[in-house]
Design a protein around this ligand. Structure first.
Ligand SMILES: *Cc1c(COP(=O)(O)O)cnc(C)c1O
Length: 405
C-alpha cells in the first residue's frame, strides 16, 4: 500500500457559531478588560473562572494570559525565590523550564522512564539531596505517574506540588482530576491544547491565601474586590504590599470563547480517546514497536500518541522513518533529534538552565516518537495514519536489523 494521508495535523475544529455570536456582541460593547465591570457585576472572565473551578471541583480558578504564565505565577505564589532549585521532569516542554527560569530559579531535572512518567525513585533521591521546596510535575503528553506515590514523596520531603496539566485537562488518577493533587493546577488554553482560545492559561487551587497571592501577581491592581471569582477580600489585606504585579490577565474575549467549550469537554475527551484507541490498537500489533503502558488507575485524554522504536535504531533509522512517514502525509516528531524542532525540544537544549545529564531519559528520548491526534481527523483517518505508520515502521525496522546482523 502506498496511500498518502492529506489532512493537516495542526488543524483545529472551528469555534462554535454560538461563541462567535457572543464574542461579536461583546466586541460591540468594547468592554474587553476583565475589570471593566460595574461593582457586583460578573463579567465573562469571572464567569469562566467559576465554571472551570466548578468543573474541576475546586474553589478557585484564575484565568491568565498563557499556560506558561500560570506556571510562573504558581511558582512565585508558592514562594520560589531567585537561586532556588525547582524539581521537574527532564521530559517536558520548553515553557516549564522557561517558567522556572523566569522566576530566577533553576530546574533540577528528574529522570523519565519508558512509560514516559517521572522516575519516582530518582525524584525521591533528588528531593532528599536538594533544598528544593517545590515539585513542578509536568504531566507531559498526558501521562500521569502514580499520584498517591507523588503526594507521599512530597509529604516526606516537605515539597509543595504544582501540577502542569497542559496535556491532562480532563485526565484523572483513580477518578481524582489531574490538577487537584497539590497546591495548584496549571492549564493551558493555547490552540493546541484541550480548549482553544488562541492563547490562555488557568491556575487552580483550593488554598485561598495562595490564590489571593496569585490574583495580585496576575495583575489585579487594587481591583481584586471586583474580581468576581476569587477568595474573600480579607485574604488580600497584607499580601497586596508584597506581591509584584506581573500583568498576565485574561481578557473577556478569550473567556467568552472558553466558556462555550467547557460544556463540550467531556464529549471531546470521548472523541479523542476513540481516535487514540484506533491508532493504539493498530500500533500494538506491530512487532518491535512499543507503546507506553497506561495504568488502570489513569483516565487519560488521547489528544496525542507516543511510541518507542527498538534500541537498535540509530539516528539514521529515526530520521529516515520520520521522512518516509512525512512523504506519505503523516507527521511524527522524534524526541531524540539533536536540534530543537517545532514544539519539540530536548532538555539538553535548555542551556540557560545548565541541566545535568539524565542517562535514562536520554535512552528513552532516543527511541521516542510523538504524533498529534486532532479532532478534525475521523476514525477512518486514524486507521489510515496507523496503517502508514505500521508499514513504514516495518520497512525501517528491517533495514535496522540487517545493519545489526
Ligand atoms: C503548552 C504547554 C505549556 C504551557 O503553554 P503556553 O503555550 O504557555 O500556554 C506548559 N507545559 C506543557 C507541557 C505544554 O505543552
Amino acid at each position: 500500500m502506498t496511500d498518502v494521508f492529506r489532512k493537516s495535523f495542526t488543524q483545529q475544529e472551528p469555534i462554535s457559531e454560538a461563541a462567535i455570536s457572543r464574542a461579536a456582541d461583546l466586541m460591540r460593547t468594547g468592554r474587553l478588560h476583565r475589570y471593566n465591570v460595574a461593582p457586583g457585576e460578573i463579567g465573562p472572565v469571572a464567569e469562566f473562572e467559576r465554571a472551570f473551578a466548578n468543573w474541576l471541583g475546586v474553589p478557585f480558578a484564575l484565568a491568565l494570559a498563557s499556560g506558561g504564565q500560570a506556571l510562573q505565577i504558581a511558582l512565585r505564589a508558592a514562594g520560589v525565590k531567585p537561586g532556588d532549585r525547582v524539581l521537574t521532569n527532564g521530559f517536558t516542554l520548553a515553557p516549564v523550564p522557561g517558567a522556572i527560569a523566569a522566576v530566577g530559579a533553576r530546574p533540577l531535572l528528574v529522570e523519565t522512564n519508558e512509560n514516559l512518567r517521572p522516575d519516582l525513585v530518582d525524584l525521591e533521591t533528588k528531593a532528599a539531596a536538594s533544598k528544593a521546596r517545590v515539585l513542578l510535575l509536568s504531566n507531559m503528553r498526558g501521562h500521569l505517574p502514580d499520584m498517591e506515590a507523588v503526594q507521599a514523596i512530597c509529604a516526606r520531603h516537605g515539597l509543595l506540588l504544582i501540577e502542569d496539566c497542559a496535556h491532562t485537562m480532563g485526565a484523572a488518577w483513580k477518578g481524582k482530576q489531574s490538577g487537584t493533587f497539590g497546591i495548584a493546577g496549571c492549564f493551558s488554553t493555547q490552540t493546541y491544547k484541550h480548549m482553544n482560545s488562541g492563547e490562555g492559561g488557568i491556575l487552580t487551587s483550593d488554598d485561598p491565601v495562595f490564590m489571593a497571592r496569585a490574583t495580585v501577581l496576575s495583575g489585579s491592581y487594587m481591583l481584586y474586590a471586583r474580581h468576581g471569582a476569587g477568595p474573600d477580600v480579607k485574604y488580600f489585606k497584607d499580601l497586596r504590599y508584597d506581591m509584584p504585579n506581573c500583568s498576565a490577565r485574561m481578557d473577556a474575549l478569550r473567556a467568552t470563547l472558553l466558556l462555550d467549550q467547557i460544556g463540550s469537554l467531556p464529549d471531546r475527551i470521548v472523541r479523542w480517546n476513540d481516535r487514540y484507541r484506533v491508532v493504539e490498537n493498530r500500533l500494538a500489533a506491530v512487532a518491535g514497536l512499543s507503546l507506553p503502558q497506561r495504568p488502570n488507575e489513569e483516565s487519560y485524554v488521547g489528544s496525542s500518541i507516543q511510541f518507542l522504536v527498538p534500541a537498535a535504531w540509530d539516528e539514521k533509522n529515526c530520521t529516515q522513518f520520520t521522512a518516509a512517514t512525512a512523504a506519505r502525509g503523516v507527521e511524527v516528531k522524534w524526541f531524540g533529534a539533536a536540534e530543537p524542532k517545532a514544539f519539540t525540544s530536548r532538555y539538553d537544549s535548555w542551556r540557560y538552565a545548565q541541566p545535568d545529564r539524565l542517562p535514562a531519559t536520554d535512552a528513552v528520548l532516543a527511541r521516542l516518537f510523538d504524533m498529534r491526534l486532532p479532532l478534525t481527523f475521523d476514525l477512518a483517518d486514524c486507521a489510515l495514519i496507523s496503517e502508514i505508520l505500521a508499514e513504514q515502521f516495518s520497512i525501517e525496522n528491517r533495514k535496522s536489523s540487517h545493519a545489526g546482523a
